[in-house]
Design a protein around this ligand. Structure first.
Ligand SMILES: *Cc1c(COP(=O)(O)O)cnc(C)c1O
Length: 447
């Protein structure tokens, strides 16, 4: 495993003096539109620890946004990527191909849901994978409309900004956006007006009615959904919602796309989150956790759909870079060998138990949700938990700040900015996990 000692250590204030110096250089030269959650500059990371230039060691509950599920310096990733670097860095798969790309596609065919014939195409980023899923679905169906959901997040390129729900910070001032994108309700149980128990049936009926009446099912190329919504607030669509939407897509010749870029690759305790309700997507987009930190993304799906675009219609200079493919094979090897699905389930058990105890004391915790190592608490103003559920973004910001100062890296998310989310590397030790939860518990006591 990682050479970084697996223990929290604070030797300066957070951020420390060396980080502050680097931050000044950064501010002078890095575009202001690129933010950082916590401006401590990293020197090493691995397992459940991020070490900074001042020698502080932070407990990592972020995994670089659900990327380093196997840790940020996993042995098999480093070994395979290093060996590949020695051999060659690039040929461009569209110029002369190489085995690693094919092996990653074979792994994707094996690991993704469904036993139908599958094919994949590899890209560099999640947004690029989603864009290509839309291209493939349009080529296959010869239709144009794309349906997405409230609270959905799919990326920052022009098409994926259009697919993304939240204006600030993702879209504001960056329009005009791509046409033929339609947004329908999702079964957000905690905030569903008639109660979580009705959300699955009612939201799917509303979404389907809108598609039929406002778009026309026969015009829809693709329905794209995150099986657990990430940036929107770790929303698990209420039971029954995903199967109903998936069935509607099948019945109407629409390509059903599961965007598993955040929820995939063991993050939720299954290889893919859509397995939870036995949903088999036509196409599945993956990125983040796939390659242990190297940039790689994929679209995987039914062979006849994937083969719809004309030869040369898909690709890109770097897509499926050989070093990234080698890293992906190392990451997948690690997931299998260490049973990271089992580890994710254990993380859920520990986290939910501790968070439930905190919710008994602190009524700012409105909801605890998520699966595996994709867990969140939604924060509401005190006294509104059982009524108005007024989002409390200030509490999320204050809690995150308190955690950062104690050396615990946590992230926020949510349409209302009021969700504290936890995405530890799946290889994190249980002692570090509990220490992180101690810090969160103290932070709740302090606000
Ligand atoms: C992060 C994310 C994306 C975009 O991926 P990038 O690699 O940042 O382009 C798309 N969809 C989901 C669900 C994501 O979480």
């Amino acid at each position: 495993m990682s050479a970084v000692p697996q223990e929290r250590r604070l030797v300066t204030a957070i951020p420390g003096p060396k980080s502050q110096e680097l931050q000044a250089r950064r501010t002078a030269t890095v575009a202001g539109g690129v933010g950082s959650v916590l401006p401590v500059f990293t020197t090493r990371a691995g397992g459940g620890i991020v070490e900074d230039v001042d020698g502080n060691r932070l407990i990592d509950f972020g995994s670089g946004i659900a990327v380093t599920s196997v840790g940020a310096s996993a042995e098999a990733v480093v070994r395979r990527a290093s060996a590949q670097l020695q051999d060659f860095t690039h040929t461009c798969f569209m110029v002369t191909p190489y085995e690693g790309y094919v092996e990653v596609c074979e792994q994707l065919a094996e690991l993704t849901p469904g036993d139908h014939a599958k094919k994949s195409a590899l890209f560099n980023s999640g947004a690029e994978a989603v864009e290509n899923a839309v291209k493939i679905a349009r080529a296959y169906t010869r239709r144009q409309a794309v349906v997405v959901f409230d609270h959905g997040y799919h990326g920052r390129t022009n098409l994926t900004m259009a697919l993304t729900a939240k204006n600030m910070p993702y879209k504001h001032g960056f329009g005009p956006f791509a046409p033929e994108i339609y947004r329908v309700p999702v079964a957000y149980g905690y905030r569903w007006p008639t109660g979580a128990e009705n959300a699955g049936a009612e939201a799917s009926a509303q979404a389907i009615d809108m598609i039929n009446k406002q778009i026309g099912a026969e015009n829809v190329a693709a329905i794209i959904i995150e099986p657990v919504l990430g940036e929107g607030g770790f929303i698990e669509p209420a039971k029954g919602f995903l199967p109903a939407i998936s069935q509607f897509a099948t019945d109407n010749g629409i390509v059903f796309v599961a965007d598993e870029i955040q929820s995939g690759f063991c993050r939720t305790g299954q290889w893919f989150a859509c397995e939870d309700e036995g949903v088999v997507p036509d196409l599945i987009t993956t990125a983040k956790g796939i390659a242990g930190g190297l940039p790689l993304a994929a679209v995987t799906g039914r062979a006849e759909i994937m083969d719809a675009p004309h030869a040369g219609g898909l690709g890109g200079t770097y897509g499926g870079n050989p070093v990234a493919c080698a890293a992906a094979l190392g990451a997948i090897e690690t997931m299998k060998e260490l049973d990271l699905n089992g580890k994710a389930k254990r993380i859920e058990e520990v986290m939910k138990g501790r968070l439930a105890a905190m919710a008994e004391k602190h009524d700012v915790i409105g909801d605890i949700r998520g699966r595996g190592a994709m867990i969140a608490v939604e924060l509401v103003e005190s006294g509104t938990r059982d009524g108005a559920k007024t989002p409390d973004a200030a509490a999320a910001a204050a809690l995150a700040k308190a955690c950062h100062q104690e050396g615990l890296l946590v992230l926020t998310c949510g349409t209302y900015g009021n969700v504290l989310r936890f995405l530890p590397p799946l290889v994190i030790g249980e002692d570090l996990l509990n220490e992180g939860l101690d810090i969160i518990e103290n932070a709740f006591a302090g606000i």
